[in-house]
Design a binder for this molecule. Structure first.
Ligand code: FCB
Length: 482
């Protein structure tokens, strides 16, 4: 068992929003029902060898048919907010054009049930499941996809309206661009570094156009956010070559998003870093103004840290790489050929990710220093472990409780130092389809038996419920008795 290193008992402000998060393809199932068309994840997961054990999201945890029961679980936990995503191909099966009313009705009903249960809906429009028709036309390498996203955003905004507490345009565009089109370990499985850079820009553009469409539809004061997985890395030594390796990772992982989204410009260094790969001619006059729209909040997804040195990255074989992602023969780190990720000291989760809450403190402090007036929320944080239901019918996931305990204390520490954090969403509410790892890696605070679809609160869920009830981080040892 992993022991905690941080104190218990830290109180949180009474208006701090406690939530949990999921994503459409990871939980919904019902892949062929009520007019839903395939997304890139349907195609990818059905391609042999792409997902561990050949798992797909066809059924997932059957959330599509279990909304009343699942919302009742959220209510039992006392969740104040629920972050979920909309499946684009349920709403606009062809990506643009004809609207599928049954798809909209599903989300509208979910939103009504959440509100009736006292839970604030936090809607992500794009959590990686691009309609396959749009991918067939070039996907995120095409500028037209950004405009299609704005059309889709408008349709969903019109349908769900002001019942939504907070809109999020994109979840982790880094993964969409670099795992989707660079290393190809995520859908659509393309391995072209130049395509990944075009995808970066068109995702940024989609955010700007989508945010404008939402506000045009619902009013200028409609709260809009984006969620990034900013990579927290450290140079392996102060040697200039190692520092430069880390700088290249920062540029391609973080700055190509923070720059245009929050500062209105791409980092100049990225053009030199990637000169052999792309001339960036996909950036057109006026695009930066379209991208750089005000955001009301920045979502931060945080799991672990990385250590980088100057070196030659090994050729990947699909196993988990030291950068935390599945390795591939083609690197996800476009323009950073001599940046090598080193294995991190433990403890590790079942993903092989190192556990380092201090990285979250550092990230939040850095963001606050750079953007002092921008509110933040932790839109994902959590851990996969190999959980089992024991003879007493419970899931004693002490490792996950310790992980959540220490990271929440890290959030509190950053808030004590002045960082404006508005809420925390544990990833994930339920065990679910963990992308290229299928159902093998369990992130839920609620256990799901994939044969029977029975849901069982893990100790972490009981512990989280106690935290929400009291507003004070409970001692981790108490979880097994709650
Ligand atoms: C994030 C994803 C989320 C989940 C977690 C573990 O990158 O946004 O869907 O898979 O990782």
């Amino acid at each position: 068992m992993i022991s905690t290193t941080r104190p218990s008992g830290r109180p949180f402000p009474s208006d701090f929003l406690w939530g949990s998060a999921t994503a459409s393809y990871q939980i919904e199932g019902a892949a062929h029902e009520d007019g839903r068309a395939p997304s890139i994840w349907d195609t990818f997961s059905h391609t042999p060898g792409k997902v561990l054990n050949g798992d797909t999201g066809d059924v997932a945890i059957d959330h599509y048919h279990r909304v009343p029961q699942d919302v009742a679980i959220m209510q039992d936990l006392g969740l104040q907010a629920y972050r979920f995503s909309v499946a684009w191909s349920r709403v606009l099966p062809a990506g643009t054009g004809a609207v599928n009313q049954a798809g909209l009705d599903f989300y509208s009903d979910l939103v009504d049930r959440l509100i009736a249960a006292g839970i604030k809906p936090v809607v992500t429009l794009y959590h990686w499941d691009l309609p396959q028709t749009l991918e067939d036309a070039g996907g995120w390498t095409e500028r037209a996809t950004a405009y299609a996203f704005a059309e889709y955003a408008r349709v969903v905004a019109r349908a769900l309206g002001d019942r939504v507490h907070l809109w999020t345009t994109l979840n982790e565009p880094w993964c969409s661009a670099f795992l989707g089109y660079g290393s190809g370990v995520h859908a659509p499985g393309v391995t072209e570094p130049g395509a990944a850079l075009a995808a970066v820009h068109h995702l940024n553009l989609a955010h700007g156009l989508g945010a404008a469409a939402i506000r045009d539809e619902l009013g200028a004061d409609t709260p809009v956010s984006i969620t990034l997985n900013l990579h927290v890395t450290r140079a392996a030594s102060p040697a200039p070559a190692d520092v430069e390796a880390k700088r290249r990772i920062d540029t391609i992982a973080n700055e190509v998003f923070l720059g245009p989204l929050l500062e209105g410009a791409y980092p100049q260094q990225v053009f030199a870093d990637t000169a052999a790969i792309s001339d960036w001619s996909f950036v057109q006059d006026g695009d930066l103004e379209l991208i750089h729209v005000p955001v009301d909040l920045l979502g931060v997804n945080y799991y672990s840290t990385g250590r980088v040195q100057h070196g030659t990255p090994p050729v990947g074989d699909g196993t988990p790489g030291p950068d935390g992602h599945r390795s591939s023969a083609v690197s996800a780190w476009v323009g950073a050929d001599h940046a090598e990720f080193l294995p991190q000291p433990g403890p590790h989760t079942a993903m092989g990710w190192n556990i380092e809450p201090q990285g979250l403190v550092d990230l939040l402090l850095e963001l606050h220093e750079r953007y002092p007036t921008l509110p933040l929320a932790i839109t994902e944080n959590g851990a996969a472990f190999y959980d089992t239901v024991t003879d007493d019918g419970r899931v004693h996931d002490a490792d996950r409780v310790a992980y959540l305990h220490d990271h929440l204390d890290a959030v509190g520490e950053a808030m004590d130092k002045g960082v404006d954090v508005r809420g925390y969403f544990v990833w994930s509410l339920f065990d679910n389809f963990e992308w290229a790892y299928g159902y093998d890696r369990r992130f839920g605070v609620v256990h799901v038996d994939y044969d029977t679809q029975v849901r069982t609160l893990k100790d972490s869920a009981r512990w989280y419920r106690e935290l929400i009830r009291t507003g004070v981080i409970p001692a981790p040892e108490s979880a097994a008795t709650l």
